[in-house]
Design a protein around this ligand. Structure first.
Ligand SMILES: C[S@@+](CC[C@H](N)C(=O)[O-])C[C@H]1O[C@@H](n2cnc3c(N)ncnc32)[C@H](O)[C@@H]1O
Length: 249
């Protein structure tokens, strides 16, 4: 059975909304705070589920050796085009996050913009963390950015809609499933007479649940933040940022 994230048309149709110029620009701004937060000077960086290279490209521009991994060919094509325009070299790998592992190859691994929790079987989420752990050198760190369960519960809206400058409208319907472990989102994209509906579902982790998962995968000194600037993961937090480290033996 195909899983929702294997449907390339979903990523193609939602690209203009998910990766607006302002969202691409936001990643450029987040690179420096991200490096400060993690506090290491990496040689090589893994951008897991890199999409169109929002983080991989600005990091490569700063001179880091970057590998971007994603399963969606459409995104890797976009990423290649954007890297060529920026005149930077990035290694792009088309692979599933459940299988990609390159032992002791990276000092820093990233999983940004809610690229985690996609699998019904939560052991597969753990496998992704174990792969990232295995791919890090001792002293390296994984940084993950998702929306935490606490934030979602605080501001949950079953339905919302957005109108875009080109006249298109996107309606989001959200449903909490399985005792607050999964969320199902239905995106309806209306462009003139063209209507497309996509359904996405993923696991939502609380801060503590994600911390426990990191620890189960081998990470130590796992810290939670509410923003990439290192704000506390408190009531006001918009994001859940997790930093886990692979300690030197
Ligand atoms: C919300 S986007 C985030 C992209 C990027 N991290 C960013 O910050 O812009 C999620 C990405 O995960 C990728 N993805 C989804 N399922 C995947 C899987 N099983 N293995 C690898 N990549 C996957 C998608 O192709 C998409 O690029």
């Amino acid at each position: 059975m195909t899983e929702w994230f294997e449907d390339e048309s979903l990523w193609i149709e939602t690209y203009p909304y998910m990766f607006s110029p302002s969202r691409i620009a936001a990643a450029e701004e987040e690179v420096e705070p991200l490096l400060r937060l993690v506090g290491i000077e990496p040689q090589s960086i893994l951008d897991l589920c890199c999409g169109p290279g929002r983080f991989a490209i600005p990091l490569a521009r700063r001179g880091y050796r970057v590998t971007g991994v994603d399963r969606t060919a459409f995104f890797l094509d976009k990423a290649r085009e954007r890297a060529a325009a920026a005149n930077v070299e990035v290694e792009w790998v088309q692979e599933d996050m459940r299988t990609f592992a390159r032992p002791c190859a990276f000092d820093l691994a990233l999983s940004m913009f809610t690229s985690f929790g996609y699998f019904e079987d939560k052991d597969e989420d753990l496998r992704v963390l174990q792969n990232a752990f295995e791919s890090l050198r001792p002293g390296g760190a994984l940084v993950m950015d998702v929306v935490g369960k606490e934030r979602l519960a605080r501001s949950f809206q079953p339905t919302s809609s957005r109108k875009y400058a080109d006249g298109s409208v996107v309606i989001d319907r959200r449903e909490v499933l399985d005792d607050w472990t999964r969320i199902r989102m239905e995106w309806t994209i209306i462009r003139g007479n063209d209507v497309r509906v996509y359904t996405v579902h993923h696991t939502v982790y609380s801060g503590q649940e994600l911390k426990d998962r990191f620890t189960a995968a081998g990470f130590a000194d796992v810290k939670l933040y509410g923003s990439i600037d290192g704000a506390p993961y408190g009531l006001e937090a918009d994001r859940l940022i997790v930093v886990g480290r692979k300690l030197a033996p």
